[in-house]
Design a protein around this ligand. Structure first.
Ligand code: FES
Length: 119
């Protein structure tokens, strides 16, 4: 998997890890999106690193946003041009809260964080 360096031109604002691993990066699994264009679109507005599988393949395409407050927001199903555009606009605005409802519907809790829930 190709890894792109962080875009050092942006010193502030949200950071993004964009998974394009075995499932997220698969045109067969995610045929509605042009993967190369998605990378360009997201990296045009936020410091972006393309990463291999982050272990949540059932949620592909996975995008992890670090707004800069120490938190990480995990998004799944960023697999169409329309949702990618919404994400790009939100990132370009600095990832403010509240986020657009359509993006909120894509937030998920990682499997490793679900373990132990209710115990
Ligand atoms: S390939 Fe993206 S989570 Fe596995």
């Amino acid at each position: 998997m190709n890894r792109l360096p962080c875009n050092g031109a942006r010193r502030s604002g949200p950071r993004v890890l964009l998974c394009h691993g075995c499932c997220c990066g698969s045109p067969r699994k995610n045929p509605e999106i042009n993967h190369a264009e998605q990378i360009v679109e997201i990296s045009s507005v936020a410091r972006t690193r393309v990463v291999d599988c982050v272990g949540e393949c059932s949620q592909s395409i996975v995008v992890i946003v670090r707004p800069g407050d120490g938190s990480s927001i995990w998004f799944g199903g960023i697999d169409t041009p329309a949702i990618t555009s919404v994400l790009r606009e939100w990132l370009g605005a600095g990832a403010p809260q509240p986020m657009p409802p359509v993006l909120q519907s894509k937030v998920f809790v990682r499997e490793s964080e679900r373990v132990g829930v209710g115990t």
